[in-house]
Ligand binder design. Structure first.
Ligand code: MN
Length: 230
């Protein structure tokens, strides 16, 4: 029997790879919350060394650099969170930090768009974060810069500006959990596979976006990302 789809299957979500004409096909998006203590404090939380919260977004939440993003449905408070993103191109299953640090494909700049009003509500009621985090167009990302091996100590300015005014400014050194630590711990729960992206948390300065805002985000040595809210 010939199998035929009843409608065309979705196209593969892809992210450009900086300096090449190749594309990175996206499989899943994992995200880590509460990974910079100044942001944990601004959200009214307690900064400790407990492993940060893990949540996910669908792969098709990805938006390319220079996109126009629709102000999300059913939202009264859309927040920006600039984040370092790690891209994986091989299986990682219960790996240690050393293996993880030698197993990444590359790094990118991402923004974890958040419906903060719905997140506050979910937290208050002990409910999942899907409506707050996993909505359409919620994961704009820059081109991926290849890094076969992570630098021993990741450092560099991570910044986000809205309409030219800096809102978030931190340094990758402030991350409570390093990229290898995050990948190692995630690989205890999930077999990470080629195409997986991991958003690694945001520094302080998160705030609201409104229609018409132009957002520009950057991480030194990694890349730049711009998008507009319509
Ligand atoms: Mn985040």
């Amino acid at each position: 029997m010939i199998e035929v789809y009843s409608f065309p299957p979705p196209t593969v979500v892809r992210v450009p790879i900086a300096g090449t004409c190749k594309l990175f096909p996206v499989r899943r998006i994992f995200c880590i919350g509460r990974n910079y203590s100044d942001h944990v404090r601004e959200m009214g939380g307690d900064s400790n060394k407990d492993f940060p919260i893990i949540f996910t977004k669908p792969a098709d939440a990805i938006m390319a650099d220079k996109s126009t993003i629709k102000y999300p449905l059913s939202c009264r408070s859309l927040h920006h969170e600039v984040e370092l993103v790690a891209a994986i191109d091989k299986p990682l299953r219960q790996v240690d930090e050393d293996t993880a640090s030698k197993s990444i494909f590359g790094l990118a700049v991402g923004v974890d768009l958040t419906r903060r009003d719905l997140q506050v509500e979910a937290k208050k009621n002990g409910l999942p974060w899907d409506c707050a985090k996993a909505f359409d167009q919620s994961a704009p990302i820059s081109a991926i810069k290849p890094f076969a091996v992570l630098p021993a100590s990741l450092q560099g300015k991570i910044e986000l500006a809205v309409n030219g005014k800096v809102r978030q400014s931190g340094d990758l050194q402030q991350m409570i959990w390093s990229v290898p630590q995050i990948l190692s711990r995630l690989s205890d729960y999930f077999e990470l596979l080629a195409g997986d992206l991991i958003f690694t948390g945001t520094p302080a300065g998160v705030g609201a976006l409104v229609s018409g805002d132009c957002v520009s985000a950057s991480i030194a040595g990694v890349g730049n990302l711009q998008f507009q809210i319509s």
